[in-house]
Design a protein around this ligand. Structure first.
Ligand code: AP5
Length: 220
């Protein structure tokens, strides 16, 4: 089962992808997480990627495709939940090709739809744990102790690209370069489901699980 979780910054791809990965026992491939790890480790790839990420721009396709190719060589034999990938037509075509070489194809593209004002509020409230990767939200899902991770107690931090100006740029880049992939998949006849993502996390998850468990059902 190869699934693409699709949607603008802050739509909940990471949140829902983590839950789906547990539920269906599949690995989640977040290109954003891979890039942030490379930045944290200070690798040359990380140093190159950081310039784009801090500006709210997309990292070049060849860098991303190198990461995804490497990942698929060792992980995800049973399928992958792709989070934040693909983001351009070149990436989408390359993923089709890579999966075809493995005798697989995209099972579904799940599009999380959330109004812009809600996205900006979510992103402004996001706090991540540098220790274990847990994600909280000061508005919607605050940690029990302010500023501390519930799981490992580390001090929570904001993401470098979550300031308002960069978020607005990320939203614009999503609309210009990534949203057109919806048409790409519709034209290709790939199953594409739109899900109302502004609801509470458990309700969104319920809809996604229902869709993936009953392929014929089209309800949200
Ligand atoms: P990436 O890390 O992929 O960021 P993004 O797509 O901008 O998405 P976010 O991580 O901001 O949001 P999300 O949809 O995962 O939401 P989340 O679940 O965290 O990419 C970062 C950068 O890396 C890009 O800008 C680009 O530079 C580069 N990059 C990555 N992939 C690339 C690619 N393929 N090609 C080129 N460049 C690439 O939720 C957000 C917040 O809301 C959290 O606090 C969460 O707790 C909260 N929340 C989630 N769901 C709900 C809900 N239902 N109700 C209330 N709050 C909620």
């Amino acid at each position: 089962m190869d699934i693409i979780l699709f949607g603008p910054p802050g739509a909940g791809k990471g949140t829902q992808g983590t839950l789906l990965a547990e539920r269906f026992r599949l690995p989640r491939l977040s290109t954003g997480d891979l890039l942030r790890e490379a930045v944290r480790q200070g690798t040359s790839l990380g140093l190159e990627a950081r310039r784009y990420m801090d500006a709210g721009e997309l990292v070049p396709d060849e860098v991303i495709l190198g990461l995804v190719r490497e990942y698929l060589q060792t992980e995800g034999d049973e399928g992958v939940i792709f989070d934040g990938f693909p983001r351009t037509q070149a990436q989408a075509r390359a993923l089709d090709q890579l999966l075809e070489e493995l005798g697989r194809r995209i099972g579904a593209v799940l599009v999380l739809e959330v109004p812009d004002e809600n996205l900006v509020r979510r992103i402004a409230g996001r706090r991540s744990c540098p220790g274990c990767g847990a994600v909280f939200n000061v508005h919607f899902d605050p940690p029990t102790v302010q500023g501390k991770c519930d799981r490992c107690g580390a001090a929570l931090v904001g993401r470098a690209d979550d300031d308002e100006a960069t978020v607005r740029r990320r939203l614009a880049v999503y609309r210009a370069q990534t949203a057109p992939l919806i048409e790409y998949y519709e034209r290709a006849g790939t199953r594409l489901e739109r899900v109302a993502g502004e609801r509470p996390v458990d309700q969104v998850q319920h809809s996604l699980v229902e869709l993936l468990s009953a392929p014929a059902a089209g309800a949200q």
